[in-house]
Design a protein around this ligand. Structure first.
Ligand SMILES: [Zn+2]
Length: 95
């Protein structure tokens, strides 16, 4: 009773911060000078906040990059063509 134990703080003093506020404060503290490198993942179902390691980086990771690429019409067309060629190659072998 009375004085709380060392290292234990009352719950009411806990500060709730969002993920982005944490990242922004880290950026301010480290003074990297690259606030433009902070962005969300370009793969919309993910949209996770991330810090770009390269100027051209748009995704938080390889998985999102692949997922995003595989949903493009260009990839779907490419795969359709590949499947058709594969089918005909298999067919030609049977003859
Ligand atoms: Zn992502």
């Amino acid at each position: 009773m009375g004085i709380p134990e060392k290292g234990i703080f009352p719950v009411t003093t806990a500060i709730r911060v969002t993920e982005i506020e944490v990242i922004l404060s880290i950026l301010r503290l480290s003074d990297t000078g690259h606030p433009d490198r902070l962005r969300t993942c370009a793969h919309e179902p993910c949209s996770r906040w991330m810090f770009k390691r390269f100027e051209h980086q748009s995704f938080c990771g390889r998985k999102c990059q692949q997922n995003a690429y595989q949903s493009t019409p260009k990839f779907k067309e490419h795969r359709r063509r590949w499947e058709r060629d594969y089918y005909w190659n298999q067919y030609a072998k049977l003859k």
